[in-house]
Design a protein around this ligand. Structure first.
Ligand code: 13P
Length: 246
């Protein structure tokens, strides 16, 4: 039985005061019957680390560089994230793919660099509405995951995969549990062809997960938790989602 994982992706939200209030509320709501983490904007990681040290909640970042170090202005390295105690780093979020033109190979290289620094990459895949309507969903997510499988080899077993249909992110349109499960099953089958550990790997669903739809999504056979955007910014909502995961 895979233990569920719920990860809050704060995106470019928060402030020192707001983060302190949110984390205080989450700490008092914890623990849950699932693993829980929050992925904060990089400038806050030092304070998040101090706040969550020794607590039930892990923390991580929302992106990392594919490079080790050097002349890459504005980028944050996996080594730096590791120094701040990050357990996870999201790579290949659709907002990075869309607004920063990140290719499948760049995402795979980021996942590799993250693993080299003992961070667990949360590799996001997902189709746009146009791709879904054209019947290309499976092909798109398989192409995105395939780049990571080829780059990591047997180490693919160490990543967390997140299926986030682009049309469901921040739109209030959640994939139905059946739609999500169908894609998760495709991804699980692809992982099974790559590693004998596919049955132990976590595949999260993300895209308008809320307190009232989390339980049915998490009840699907291949959905092992969620990657939560908007609802991770409000302690009571995020707590309710974490409670739905067990
Ligand atoms: P929402 O939960 O706001 O739809 O965002 C999902 C997401 O992109 C998490 O990474």
């Amino acid at each position: 039985m895979r233990r569920k994982l719920v990860v809050g992706n704060w995106k470019m939200n928060g402030s020192r005061v707001a983060n302190a209030e949110l984390l205080a509320a989450l700490k008092s709501a914890s623990p849950w019957d699932a693993d829980v983490a929050v992925c904060a904007p990089a400038p806050y990681l030092g304070e998040v680390a101090l706040s969550l040290q020794g607590e039930f909640i892990a923390w991580g970042a929302q992106d990392c560089s594919a490079h080790e170090s050097g002349a890459f202005t504005g980028e944050v390295s996996a080594a730096m994230l590791a120094e701040f105690g990050c357990k996870y780093v999201i790579v290949g979020h659709s907002e990075r793919r869309a607004y920063h033109a990140e290719s499948d190979q760049l995402v795979a290289d980021k996942a590799k660099t993250a693993l080299e620094h003992r961070l667990t990459p949360i590799v996001c895949v997902g189709e746009t509405l146009t791709e879904r309507e054209a019947g290309h969903t499976d092909e798109v997510v398989k192409r995105q995951l395939s780049a990571v499988i080829h780059t990591l080899g047997h180490c693919i077993a160490q990543v967390v995969v997140a299926y986030e249909p682009v049309w469901a992110i921040g739109t209030g349109k959640t994939a139905s549990p059946e739609q999500a499960q169908a894609v998760h099953a495709v991804l699980r089958a692809q992982l099974k062809a790559a590693t004998e550990h596919a049955g132990d790997m976590k595949i999260l669903y993300g895209g308008s997960v809320k307190a009232d739809n989390a339980a049915t999504l998490f009840a699907q056979a291949d959905i092992d938790g969620g990657l939560i955007g908007g609802a991770s910014l409000k302690a009571s909502d995020f707590d309710a989602i974490c409670r739905a995961a067990h």
